[in-house]
Design a protein around this ligand. Sequence first.
Ligand code: UD1
Ligand code: MG
Length: 450
Amino acid sequence: MTKSPRTCLSVVLAAGEGTRMRSRHPKVMHEVAGRSLLAHVLTAIRDGAGGKVAVVVGPDSNAVAQEARSVLPDAESFVQTERRGTAHAVLAAKPALARGADDMLIAFGDTPLIRPETLARLRKALADGATVAVLGFRPADPTGYGRLVVQGGELVAIREHADASDEERAIGLCNGGLIGLAGASALAILESIGNQNKKGEFYLTDAVSIARERGLRAVVVEVDEDDVRGINTKAQLAEVEAVMQRRLRQAALEAGVTLIAPETVHLCADTTFGRDVVVEPYVVFGPGVSVADDAVIHSFSHIAGAEIGVGVSVGPYARLRPGTRLGEGARIGNFVEVKAAHIEAGAKANHLSYIGDAHVGPGANIGAGTITCNYDGAAKHRTEIGAGAFIGSNSALVAPISIGEGAYVGSGSVVTRDVPADALALGRAPQVIKQGWAARLRALKSAVKK
Ligand code: UD1
Ligand code: MG
């Protein structure tokens, strides 16, 4: 995207109470594709608008301000102490507005499907001379939305649903909520907005008629309904998640990932893939996953916070938790859980294991049913497994513990002391053989029956 030489300030309204979400958390902190609604809006602004960002939060919304800073460290937060309408909310950020910018964009924190290119289009409209640029869309059901009143090809007013006449309610073109204002007139227009309407609120949408009265131009930038879908309920959150998942899968397919049954794969906004990756049906990617070239993720795997190397094979039914790093060609098979562990190139844990807080050297083989006993009830401890070591099936490695390079651990061992390189550790009860014992038992039982 070519950067405009004009400066930009985006104001994000995030003071929504979210009461209809039936949640203890602020609405904009809810997540879609593993990222908060607010973070989606802020990353779209970063990628499509650039410039400075001000976030307007409600009282007691420290978490929201913190989330904004974690996405954009320079984001400023302002508190709207009373909820008196969208224009009133924008003016909570007056110190930022007063510093001036060529373009000002006002976005809502609960519309996470907004795309960078849409924001760029709004800025383009301002650069082309509009004072107000409004995102328009044609919803299947326009009830509740502000209607865009267009006369002779010009946007002349936005009429809120509650204030609209029957004739105006018949208009299909609606306000998507996102508005661009030319910085030169923005503050003066915002401060002229009154609250003479049914709700007694200060409506941002009145910016259109005020600009017109001053002989300034307002335009509509039309977009798809999905781009401006807002969230007020958990049902709408789920609908937006579905749209976001479709977009992410489409992007993965276009980038060359093979998704055998795309609609069954759940992705996160930050999931990254190399070339020739295959993802089988029913895989869930949580946040922080990167998958390198030629890796295969088999069905029913759940993966979060993991770096998957070139040519790695994961699953079916594997669980990779945060802090997992899998080196080139490593294999993590069915019913294996890995957490905070670096498993180096060519190492294998193919069946039924837990590997946590561990380092596994290249080429090591972890037998079926191996458990790193990393937790003693109070603290976590590390397991070190050297290159080429062989851990026999059903072993318990009681951490902190170190298994040297090339060492063997006999099957069924409980290993509590470090094993030197190339040694064999046996930590199990020695086997006892009692010749003829079973036959004697059977004879005894049949004698009792008679
Ligand atoms: C708004 C628009 C409407 C548009 C619709 C699109 C106005 C007056 N109306 O209506 O034209 O069709 O969005 O979804 O702008 N907020 C605050 N403080 C306030 C009031 C609102 O921060 O005092 C925030 C809300 O949290 C929300 C956003 O502003 O993120 C929009 O407010 P909302 O009440 O949802 O406006 P709508 O009635 O949906
Ligand atoms: Mg709304």
